[in-house]
Write a protein that binds this ligand. Structure first.
Ligand code: IPM
Ligand code: MG
Length: 370
């Protein structure tokens, strides 16, 4: 059976790094012996502008309903980057990335935080063994659902509200995913510790729901998983001081957004950080991306680091292999990650333009290491 992949290169350096991920896919598919098809979706800031979209405010759709409907038929989506220097912030992010997350109900945002060998770490004295955890960020609720509004807008008496929601349903499905993942990791030799990161001392309604659900579900169904709790501010402190404490973190959407940028830095920067927007249901379609932006100043120069995009491909293969019950595809994911770990020590740094290799050369090195 062919694995069916939708590809959205997107903006800026997105298409360049996606090309390297696809190059690695081609090589690993041959080695593991599976077949796949890809279809490109031309969804980007350039297309939005070319179709007459207003650069200042959302005017036309960035991705159409028909395209979203079409995406549902794929096994996975591979995304490059969203963000265009001539389009006001928010238009493309909401019009494409957040829309896909919500419409396709990708309710888990999964962010592995792993310091690969040879990657410079800004924390003194920390080695790959110390930074190896994974963040499970809820991806459809919290401050991101879009509720709120203005009163007396543009007057000195303006009032603006932005609402945070937590539903038992949304929180529970995210927690269960995180508990399952922690249990699986424990079987693979990790500590089996799940840390809830929230702010229960201030957000006494929404995060009370999180806390109660966390302990109820953990106690009833996952007694083998150690339950741990950190306030979000303390978590930022520990990321820098004792990252080795963490195994799996589960957290609401907004805090997850913030702590995963900090986490990306301790794993060596945006050049290496990958993420998945996952709908774990049997018919769900998940989307994988390097978490960095479109890097307009590096676009077209063949200097951007493709490791994050290749790591996103490794995640895509592992998740899709599991979903399709195809061990070859899952094995390809592991193989790509091992090849990344054989490549990073050869690179000078993980920063664009300072890798000692071009974008395409890094892709070639990973292919050779497969
Ligand atoms: C991320 C990004 C997005 C988010 C933006 C681009 C809307 O920062 O994927 O973390 O806030 O979720
Ligand atoms: Mg973010």
């Amino acid at each position: 059976m062919d694995m069916k992949l939708a590809v959205i290169g997107g903006d800026g350096t997105g298409p360049e790094v996606v090309a390297e991920g696809l190059k690695v896919l081609k090589a690993v598919a041959k080695k593991e012996g599976f077949t796949y098809t890809t279809k490109n979706f031309d969804v980007s800031g350039d297309r939005y502008l070319a179709r007459g979209g207003d650069p200042k405010q959302p005017s036309i759709e960035v991705i159409s309903e028909a395209e979203i409907a079409e995406l549902r038929a794929f096994d996975a989506i591979y995304l490059g980057a969203v963000g265009h220097p001539d389009v006001a912030p928010g238009i493309l992010e909401k019009g494409l990335l957040l829309k896909a997350r919500f419409d396709l109900d990708q309710y888990i945002n999964l962010r592995p935080v792993r310091l690969y060998p040879g990657v410079p770490c800004p924390l003194a004295g920390k080695a790959p063994d110390d930074i190896d955890f994974i963040v499970v960020r809820e991806n459809t609720e919290d401050l991101y659902f879009g509720g709120g509004g203005f009163l007396r807008k543009n007057t000195p008496q303006e009032v603006a509200t932005q609402e945070m929601i937590a539903t038992r349903f949304g929180v529970e499905r995210c927690l269960r995913y995180a508990f399952e993942l922690t249990r699986q990791r424990k079987a693979a030799g990790y500590p089996g510790r799940l840390t809830l990161v929230a702010k229960v001392n201030v957000l006494t309604y929404a995060h009370s729901l999180w806390e109660r659900a966390f302990h109820e579900i953990g106690k009833a169904d996952y007694p083998d998983v150690e339950r741990d709790y950190n306030h979000v501010d303390a978590c930022c402190m520990w990321f820098v001081k004792n990252p080795e404490h963490y195994d799996v973190i589960v957290t609401p959407n907004m805090f997850g957004d913030i702590i995963t940028d900090l986490a990306a830095m301790i794993q060596g920067g945006m050049g290496v950080a990958a993420g998945g927007n996952i709908n774990p249901e049997p018919d769900g379609v998940s989307m994988f991306e390097p978490i960095g932006g479109s890097a307009p100043k590096y676009t077209g120069k063949n200097v951007i680091n493709p490791i994050a995009a290749i790591a996103a491909m490794a995640m895509l293969l592992r998740e899709t292999g599991r979903k399709l019950n195809d061990p070859k595809i899952a094995a390809a994911g592991d193989r790509v990650e091992k090849a990344i770990m054989a490549t990073t020590p050869k690179m000078k740094t993980q920063s664009a333009g300072k890798m000692g290799y071009s974008t395409t050369q890094v892709g070639d090195l990973v292919c050779e290491a497969l």
